[in-house]
Design a protein around this ligand. Structure first.
Ligand code: GLC
Length: 716
């Protein structure tokens, strides 16, 4: 579909009407059918017929710390979307878990921006690999549900960029995400959908984002202002109210046809980039999904009672074993016809399991309890918590479930707690247990995965992507549900970045998780200098179980007022029983650049590279000296002089930029003169950033070309 041709054929009245949705979940109805058909994710395709699978919720997917797994699950979501005729999935949600009480934490990844961005990037690539669009949300600082429509996130620029925008930036730098959805709330007094700083200065000018920008549903105050400040389309349909305003703005010249065409071009280009093949018959590999689900569970405690043996006499306790909580509430909640039950799935693994649903344990005597080898208690937050539109008020499981754990432990020490929750919970009761398995909201096949893990068919390999604090009052943003203005006074000290800096004890730290395997990590090396390092190590699995281990790499930063530890990479690797593997990861300039006072700079000074198996468990570290003179991460802001003076960049820079420089210097892109021979021309050109010379290239140096140039230079 040629956008220019289409737009030429449309009246202005028609065009204006396309700037609002066609109905609740479709848009761009140029002829007889809306061309963009969207649906919520992120843990399934929300459709009326309800026959989509419910996938592991993002909180669980994040716990995998597995980029490949997230790519594969993204592919499955893409298949599901194609099966339902959906071409734009409203996912992923990359909002940072600023506070464990926030209602939509189940739907997002982590308290840490790096793991959020790294996994969301792979998830999006997976969706797009099926020629379905992805929409990253909610841009930005939608970190609570309390007053979300009017709430104002008051935040300093460095914290905004280094923590709350970082995942968006990583994704936009890493792939062509199709849509960015603006959040309901304000940032520093300006509604996100009308926030020119967010939508133009950062998203377009600095990051070079080429996709479209859509509002969150009905979140717009002034639709003309929003469109002027960077929004492309309002959702859902609000034609009756919006059209008159848009026509008036057009008629007065406030909104120009050129602006309108640019917006519609982005929507048409999106449509051109997705598949239109209707005979799609790929299926989801449910066994693979069930495996992914189980291996993402986090084993928080195991005093030798897991895995269970099929000849052990087991009692299953709790109604959520047969009526599982598989997902959070709100727009992400999908109807599904597939919900496995742990009671059924466990009884497929063993004939020695019995089940009692009520936590009161009516009719179960002390001697009954003593008669079992193991007792598995299923704890679950009630169906009202962990939802869009409101936050939790505390971290506790329902009291009758905890009472059951304590009562059972009095008569039988072998208590195993299986948890189902959307975000961090109070686990002060775990002293009454011998094992705790965190399963979060595990989707349609979750109960099967639980049975597989309990009986050792799958090794739980997940790590916490959020801290479980000892108390909610330990959380630095604990006062978040205050008035409209929410002050991000804790700055970058979110989650483990706070606890590790200020030495606050936690119940279970970020990055923590046990396994059935016994991993030995040795021969750790950190080689390199300046801004280029390689971390390598050997890992041996001294057990009879296949499993995965996640080694985390943190930047130790004590040279300034900043979080003492910041995750900069993680390596998740599968290691078979008895196998030994060598692993390595490159750490480059992007790991050492931060926004400082509004511009991205390279860190300078003394730091540490820390190799760890959680934010509180270091296994190796090396002091390093970062000195800006040795290397600069290339960006649109990099000066041409910096490129021309460094051998490994000079030829690449000339390949891409010399024609534009010649055109600017001599009016002839093929001039045989050398601009560097002229004092003025050399100094002027050398002082120009890459984005500057693009203006003189008569459109030949496109954003895409510059992105390619930067990529090639950064890999040089
Ligand atoms: C909701 C959510 C957003 C969702 C949209 C469409 O209010 O905030 O995540 O995609 O509306 O349902």
């Amino acid at each position: 579909m040629d956008a220019k041709q289409i737009l030429k054929s449309l009246s202005i009245e028609k065009k204006l009407g396309l700037l609002t949705g066609y109905d609740n979940f479709s848009a761009l109805k140029i002829n007889d059918e809306p061309l963009i058909r969207m649906a919520d994710g992120p843990n399934g395709v929300k459709t009326a017929d309800g026959d989509s699978l419910c996938f592991p919720n993002t909180c669980l997917m994040a716990s995998s710390f597995d980029k490949e797994l997230c790519f594969e699950i993204g592919k499955m979501l893409g298949i599901e979307a194609r099966r339902h005729g959906v071409n734009l999935l409203l996912a992923p949600n990359v909002n940072i878990k600023r506070n464990p009480l926030a209602g939509r934490n189940f739907e997002s990844y982590s308290e840490d921006p790096f793991v959020t961005g790294a996994l969301a990037l792979e998830f999006i690539k997976g969706i797009k690999s099926k020629k379905v669009g992805a929409c990253i949300k909610h841009y930005a600082c939608n970190n609570q549900e309390h007053l979300r429509w009017i709430q104002n996130s008051v935040i300093d620029d460095d914290t905004l960029r280094n923590v709350y925008l970082k995942a968006f930036e990583m994704v936009i730098n890493g792939t062509d995400v199709d849509f960015v959805m603006t959040a309901y709330n304000k940032v520093n007094g300006k509604q996100c959908c009308e926030n020119e700083y967010l939508l133009k200065t950062i998203l377009r000018d600095e990051w070079g984002y080429k996709g479209a920008v859509v509002s969150d549903w009905a979140s717009i105050g002034d639709v003309v202002q929003a469109l002027k400040n960077g929004l492309d389309i309002e959702m859902p349909c609000n034609y009756e109210l919006t059209y008159p305003k848009l026509y008036k703005a057009y008629a007065s010249g406030e909104l120009t046809e050129q602006e309108i065409d640019e917006k519609l071009t982005r929507l048409i280009e999106f449509y051109n980039g997705i598949s239109h093949d209707t005979n799609f018959n790929e299926e989801i590999d449910e066994q693979k999904l069930r495996k992914f689900t189980g291996e993402s569970f986090i084993l928080l405690k195991n005093d030798g009672v897991l895995p269970l043996k099929s000849d052990e006499k087991v009692l299953i306790v709790g109604s959520s074993a047969e009526n599982p909580r598989i997902q959070g509430g709100g727009c992400a909640n999908i109807k599904t016809k597939t919900i496995l039950r742990a009671t059924d799935e466990i009884m497929k693994q063993t004939v020695n399991a019995e089940y009692v649903s009520d936590y009161e344990l009516c009719g179960i005597t002390a001697s009954d309890l003593k008669s079992y080898d193991k007792i598995v208690v299923f704890l679950s937050l009630d169906f009202g918590s962990d939802s869009e539109a409101y936050d939790r008020t505390d971290l506790s499981f329902p009291i009758q479930q905890i009472t059951a754990v304590k009562k059972i432990a009095k008569h039988n020490p072998n208590v195993i707690a299986v948890l189902s929750n959307g975000s961090a919970v109070d686990l002060s009761f775990d002293k009454y247990t011998k094992a705790v398995l965190e399963t979060y909201y595990a989707g349609s096949l979750g109960a099967g995965a639980i049975a597989d893990v309990l009986y050792g068919k799958t090794t739980p390999s997940g790590k916490l992507a959020e801290t479980f604090p000892l108390s909610v009052s330990d959380v630095p943003s604990y006062n978040f549900a205050c008035g409209e203005d929410v002050n991000y006074a804790e700055r970058e000290f979110v989650g483990y970045r706070y606890y590790t800096t200020y030495g606050v004890k936690t119940k279970y730290p970020f990055g923590y998780g046990l396994s059935y395997c016994k991993f030995n990590i040795d021969n750790v090396k950190i080689d390199g200098s300046g801004y280029d390092y390689e971390v390598s190590f050997d890992i041996t699995n001294n057990s009879k179980y296949d499993g995965k281990e996640t080694v985390q790499i943190y930047l130790g930063d004590e040279s300034r007022f900043a979080p003492k530890k910041q995750l900069i990479e993680f390596i998740t690797t599968r290691v078979k029983a008895g196998e030994k593997k060598s692993c390595k990861a490159k750490i480059g300039a992007s790991s050492f650049s931060r926004y400082l006072n509004g511009t991205k700079k390279l860190l300078v000074g003394k730091f540490k590279i820390i190799v760890a198996t959680s934010s509180e468990h270091e296994i190796f570290s090396k002091d390093i000296e970062l000195n800006k003179d040795s290397f600069a991460p290339i960006s649109r802001e990099t000066l041409i002089g910096e490129l021309m003076k460094v051998d490994r960049y000079r030829e690449i820079a000339k390949k891409y930029l010399l024609k534009a420089i010649n055109l600017w210097a001599f009016g002839d892109e093929n001039s045989d003169k050398n601009f560097e021979d002229d004092e003025f021309l050399r100094n002027h050109a050398y002082g120009m950033p890459i984005r500057g010379i693009a203006y003189f290239s008569l459109g030949k140096l496109t954003d895409e070309t510059i992105k390619q140039l930067i990529l090639e230079l950064n890999n040089a």
